[in-house]
Design a protein around this ligand. Sequence first.
Ligand code: HEC
Ligand code: HEC
Ligand code: HEC
Length: 288
Amino acid sequence: MLKFLSYCLYCTVISGLCYSPLIMAQDNSSNPTERTITLKLPPKDLAKWYKPANKRQVWLHTMFRLRRELLAMNDYARQNQQAGLEKWSDKFAKDYLSIAQMMPQWEKYLYPEKLKMLTKAVKSRQYTEISAILKKLGKSCRTCHDDYQTVATLLFRTPDFSRETVTVKTSGEELDYDELMALLSDSLNRVNIAIKDKYFNKAVTALTPVKQYLNDLSSTCSHCHKQDNIPVKRIMSEADSLLPELEQYLNKQDQRQAGGKLGEFAVKVCARCHSVHRLTSDLKSVIE
Ligand code: HEC
Ligand code: HEC
Ligand code: HEC
């Protein structure tokens, strides 16, 4: 059940999809069994600081620097190391203020007066004050992260499968990912049903489309996995060894072992890809 309301999105919590604190789950008093979540979407302008609009992941790298700068300042303050402290607090001030330069809409998350206190404490070598000021500045990080971090990661940094298509070799058809997945799932279930009902020959025949669709699917992985081909190889080599083993058990009419192999295949081939790609793809399609 989805209801879009300006920039906010409400949807029922499906168990396991609740990432706190980004998603604020509340009991709905009129129907206590139905809980509601609210997600804030970042302003569209944030895309300017990510690929492909930008050459680099500018926003993310600013964030990594901020975390490093906080750590360096904390450590140097504890060691009373003035030169290091000055160097990293200058960098920090620049990066912290750049947040509002990149995203003026988010200026309200920044604490410029705390930044002034920090600069003053650094200049006057008040080392013991620094960690308390940094803690307060850290609160401005957390407030914005609670509101936007996970959604921004999903929107700008997770692979987009909605535009991926798969060519089915046997028919020449171009299918969307979810269409191919439906075929793959049905063909796998036909094998499962045949095993359960002890039609072993039928199960062997039903394996052919599973292999074909998986083959069609595997040719799409390289669209993104150009250099990092290892996860794809790992998954596909599982398929290459498990399917012949399954076939052997089917030929031996060993229902228990065949059922076990089929389950192993579903985990090592389907679920291992789903845990990284389907979950994020589904979440992304909900918020886009
Ligand atoms: C890329 C790795 C990958 C592999 C390997 C994979 N899937 Fe998927 N699967 C996805 C993605 C991504 C989606 C979400 C697609 C979408 O919604 O556009 C998905 C969605 C699905 C869906 C839901 C389709 C829908 O209509 O929402 C089913 C069912 C499914 N996969 C079954 C399978 C089965 C069965 C296997 C193993 C034989 C498998 N998948 C292997 C990535 C994969
Ligand atoms: C106005 C909003 C905002 C403020 C303020 C902010 N951040 Fe972020 N930060 C984000 C968003 C949005 C992301 C998600 C970026 C992504 O995943 O691509 C993020 C992600 C991060 C990450 C990446 C985490 C990871 O491993 O993926 C780090 C580290 C980080 N921020 C550090 C900081 C620090 C330290 C501060 C405070 C000094 C800070 N941020 C202030 C919005 C903000
Ligand atoms: C639209 C681009 C895209 C496509 C298509 C794609 N991947 Fe990925 N895949 C990625 C990215 C990017 C990562 C790195 C993790 C992340 O950002 O989610 C990744 C990570 C993975 C991982 C987890 C990393 C690891 O080391 O275990 C697995 C497994 C994986 N992909 C399998 C596949 C398989 C199998 C296919 C084809 C059936 C496929 N992917 C197709 C973009 C894609």
